[in-house]
Every structure is written in C-alpha cells, then in structure tokens.
Design a binder for this molecule. Structure first.
Ligand SMILES: Nc1ncnc2c1ncn2CCOCCNC(=O)c1cc(-c2ccc(F)cc2)cc(O)c1O
Ligand SMILES: [Mg+2]
Length: 214
C-alpha cells in the first residue's frame, strides 16, 4: 500500500509540476497531501518558516536528517546559493527512491547528496567521507527519539561551529521533549520556538530554532 501511495504521489508531481521548477514540485506535493492523502512532509505552513530561516542563514553546508519524499529537501535546496551543498540522510529505502525522483523532477540533483542509512552511522563519517568541516544549517525531521542523541553526536564529532543553526520539526506533534529540554536549557544554545500547525491539519505543532554558541 505504501509503495502504491508513493507511486500516486510521484504521478501527481509529474502531472502537476513542471520539470526543473522546484516551486511547482512543492505546490504539487502540498496539493496531493491536502486533497488526496495526508503525508508527513513539513508542509506549506511550517515550510514557509523553514524558508525564512534558510534565507536568513544563507548556508553553504546543509545537513537534513530524514529526507522522506524529498519535499523539505527541495524547499531548502531551491534557496541555496550557487556552490552550496545539501546532504540528506534517509533510513527507508522506499522513501529514498521516491525522494531521488522528486529531487530530479525539481532539477536540484547538483546541490543535493541523498545518503541512505541511519543518522547515527553516518554523522561520525561526515568529515572523512564527504569532506565536511562543519555544517552551517541542520534540519532535524527524522525519528523523534534520535533528535537529542544525534545533536550530541554532531557536537562530539565537531560538526557544529559557533553560529550553526539547528531547526527541528515536530517539537509539539509528535513531540521531542528531551531534545527541547536540552536545547532550551543548555548554555551552548540560544533557542526559540516558531508556533505553527501539524502539516495539512489544525493540530498544533512548531519548529524550534537553536543556534549553537560553541
Ligand atoms: N537517517 C535516518 N536516521 C534515523 N531515522 C530515520 C532516518 N531517516 C528517516 N528516519 C526514520 C523516520 O523518518 C520519518 C520521521 N518523521 C516522522 O516520524 C514524522 C511523523 C509525523 C506524524 C505522524 C503521525 C501523526 F499522527 C502525527 C505526526 C509528522 C512529521 O512531520 C514527521 O516528521
Ligand atoms: Mg516532520
């Protein structure tokens, strides 16, 4: 059933979106998820907040944890300056296959490297495998019980620098209480909450923006 859903999503993108036009891909996925079948993309409302934070940071090096079907990957990559790079980690091979096609349809392959695997396996290999020194921006949207351990792992691996911005989805629904408590109380972060709604619904959700202070 899940695979069929993915095929329907891809068909909707190919039908409604113009190849090479990221905005039309974003609109096609939002339309499909609002009118056909709900999906756990960050969505249009939280997506606008994501856009404003990405534009403000204007990052060269971006890490996304949890690609899913590539909606937020396209949202972020379309705003990146030339030469900027986005690495996105996806654990589920079916999601990764869909995301590759969504990213290709948007024409953003050159800016994006989709890596299949678990965040805890790949974060320690970012430097030697991808030649990454530190990330400027990290979008957390994967398993909610991995937000905190992976943030500590990124700190320990020296992947965060003074000013690196972490933006976390779903801090209310499904919720990440241990992560919130950490970034809001740690002296190493300046954190603020952007109230919004769970994608395509009226339920409360929001994004937490946390700046690493070094
Ligand atoms: N590289 C990696 N390493 C480890 N794990 C990884 C990984 N890559 C992927 N994964 C696996 C997890 O991926 C999906 C995580 N996202 C969510 O679960 C999610 C759920 C809801 C939701 C669902 C039902 C409701 F009723 C209400 C809300 C909403 C959202 O916006 C969500 O983002
Ligand atoms: Mg999410």
């Amino acid at each position: 059933l899940a695979l069929l859903w993915h095929d329907r999503l891809l068909k909707a993108v190919r039908k409604r979106a113009t190849r090479g036009d990221p905005q039309s891909v974003i609109s096609a996925i939002d339309h499909f998820c609002r009118h056909n079948e709900w999906a756990m993309n960050v969505g249009d409302e939280k997506g606008s907040i994501l856009d404003s934070v990405v534009s403000e940071v204007n990052p060269e090096k971006v890490l996304e944890l949890g690609t899913y079907c590539g909606y937020s990957t396209v949202r972020i990559a379309r705003l990146l300056p030339p030469g900027a790079r986005l690495i996105t980690l996806e654990f589920n091979v079916d999601y990764a296959a869909i995301a590759r096609q969504v990213i290709a349809w948007a024409g953003l392959e050159d800016k994006i490297q989709l890596v299949e695997g678990a965040s805890e396996d790949w974060i320690p290999r970012m430097k030697e495998h991808f030649g990454i020194e530190t990330f400027d921006f990290v979008f957390l949207d994967h398993w909610k019980d991995r937000y905190l351990p992976d943030t500590k792992l990124m700190e320990d691996c020296g992947l965060l620098r003074k000013g690196t911005v972490l933006l976390a989805d779903n801090v209310i629904c499904p919720g990440v209480p241990d992560y919130l408590e950490y970034v809001r109380n740690s002296l190493s972060y300046k954190s603020c909450y952007f109230k919004s709604h769970l994608e395509y619904t009226k339920a409360e959700d929001g994004l937490e923006k946390s700046v690493f202070l070094g």
